[in-house]
Design a protein around this ligand. Structure first.
Ligand code: F6P
Length: 368
């Protein structure tokens, strides 16, 4: 494409400055943090795009500092690199009191040579990375919280407890999607806006203003290989979708599963749909697959800000009080009416009775 010298589109910088004008007392720290995050995402986008050419594919070698993260998952080279890029780009500016990441067991302290600020950032530097070697779209997810006042006043090191704030307390959330184009999708609590990276000038341009998720859908996403571990309400919902026109829903549904949550969330944001990674009985030590603080909460805020809904299946995701930094949780999000239907199924007396009835427990006569 020839270089576009003239454009009516806002850049991310322009968008942030114009948003900030609504808050005359704002210091600019928040905007600078978002711009630092966007720069981290541009760096990661480049590394992802060069792939094998940059020697960044494959697993992180044990002799280079480890190969399994706190989740017990194999770390890819790009997980480690993306984590470093995020830290390096955001730690210096004085806007952060501390940070936490999927790839680090404990909170990361802002090094002493830098000032400490008012915000906490929690991120998954490369979501979907188990698929990176097959060239599937992956992404980065981030959540920004205000640090507790006492942390701001004292400038002390951050503790795990400082991050354990419900999703409704998030100041901002977003993701970058490294797909055919690189996009940054952002909410600062006033709707959701999508920006596309213009490779000619290296800047995110506002291409998808004020995104809204259709309230109804005929598309769902779930890893069906877990069907035998699902709880009754989830099984009922999926069975009804599969029955299509001939069943109680009276319409056919389509199914998608990319196994990269950022890519699924983006599809849902663009055209509606419902995503489920529900709590199940596969491994009772894991109450769900996805992580609350850096996957479900930021994606939940984006969904709700775009008119969709985010839930544990039983209650609004953004109301959940976290209990640990790397907590896992069942996650259902997308088109509002479908998510509400799934919640309703969880609350219906029959579902509740079946869930507590030993006949319906794992390996019971009534589970298939
Ligand atoms: O959390 C990591 C993740 O890769 C998500 O992006 C994705 O939705 C999910 O795991 C895929 O899980 P599974 O491999 O069970 O389909």
């Amino acid at each position: 494409m020839p270089m576009t010298l003239r454009s009516n589109r806002s850049t991310l910088t322009q968008f942030l400055i114009e948003e900030r004008r609504r808050f005359p007392s704002a210091s600019g720290d928040f905007n600078s943090l978002i711009l630092d995050v966007s720069l981290a995402c541009k760096g990661i986008a480049k590394a992802v795009a060069f792939g094998e050419l940059a020697g960044v594919m494959g697993n992180h070698a044990a002799d280079e500092g480890g190969s399994v993260n706190v989740q017990g998952e194999t770390q890819k080279k790009l997980d480690v690199l993306s984590n470093e890029v995020f830290m390096q780009r955001t730690e210096w500016s004085g806007s952060l009191a501390g940070m936490a990441s999927e790839e680090m067991d404990a909170p990361y302290q802002i090094p002493k040579q830098y000032p400490r600020g008012n915000y906490l950032i929690v991120f998954d530097p490369l979501d979907g990375s188990s698929n990176i070697d097959v060239n599937v779209s992956v992404g980065s997810i981030f959540s920004i919280l205000r640090a507790p006042q006492e942390v701001i006043d004292s400038g002390r090191d951050v503790l795990e407890a400082d991050f354990l704030q419900p999703g409704c307390k998030q100041v901002a959330a977003g993701y970058a999607l490294y797909g055919p184009t690189t996009m940054l999708v952002l909410t600062v609590g006033d709707g959701v806006n999508g920006f596309t990276l213009d490779p000619n000038i290296g800047e995110f341009m506002l291409t998808h203003p004020k995104l809204r998720i259709p309230e109804d859908t005929q598309e769902f996403a779930i890893n069906a290989s877990n069907a035998r571990f699902w709880e009754v309400p989830v099984k009922r919902y999926v069975d009804e979708c599969l029955a299509g026109k001939t069943g109680v829903r009276g319409k056919d549904f389509n199914m998608r599963w990319i196994a990269s949550m950022v890519a699924e969330a983006h599809r849902i944001l663009m055209r509606g749909g419902v995503f489920m990674y529900p709590r199940d009985t596969k491994d009772l030590s894991k109450p769900g697959r996805l992580r609350l603080l850096y996957e479900a909460n930021p994606m939940g805020m984006i969904m709700e800000q775009a008119g969709g809904r985010a839930s544990t299946g039983e209650m609004p995701m953004l109301q959940v009080k976290p209990t640990s930094l790397h907590q896992r949780i069942g996650f259902v999000f997308g088109s509002k009416n479908e998510v509400e239907r799934i919640e309703r199924y969880h609350h219906e007396p029959t579902a509740k009775a079946e869930l507590t009835n030993p006949l319906f427990a794992e390996r019971s006569l009534f589970r298939d």
